[in-house]
Design a protein around this ligand. Structure first.
Ligand code: ZN
Length: 111
């Protein structure tokens, strides 16, 4: 293991990991706020930072079958959401490569 590299985001509205407070995502990268996560409401982002990916697995979500990876904070290893690797329904393809972050696991710092 090398030293952990923590990326910082610029902007007024940054979501942070609730547990260790490293930057996770920018409000500007929200695609939709209308998602359901394991812990309640979740947001869809086109980009997130400081995460590591779990193994690919097929999961049946409310919007159909997807191949997803769970995502973990790269600093504290808490689970934060998941990434859509592959969608099988044509109407869901836009989500491929995007990230779900659980609202309950994010911190809004100072806004
Ligand atoms: Zn963390």
């Amino acid at each position: 293991m090398g030293r952990l590299f923590i990326e910082s985001l610029n902007g007024a509205k940054i979501f942070k990991c609730k547990f260790c407070k490293v930057d996770t995502a920018s409000h500007d990268d929200i695609v939709s706020k209308d998602f359901q996560g394991r812990f309640g409401r979740a947001y869809l982002f086109r980009n997130v930072v400081n995460i590591s990916l779990g193994p690919s697995e097929e999961r049946n979500l409310t919007s159909g079958l997807h191949t997803v990876n769970d995502i973990y904070c790269s600093s504290c290893q808490q689970i934060l959401g998941w990434r859509y690797e592959k969608a099988f329904e044509p109407s869901q393809k836009y989500k491929e490569g995007m990230f779900i972050l659980e609202k309950e696991r994010m911190l809004k710092d100072g806004w």
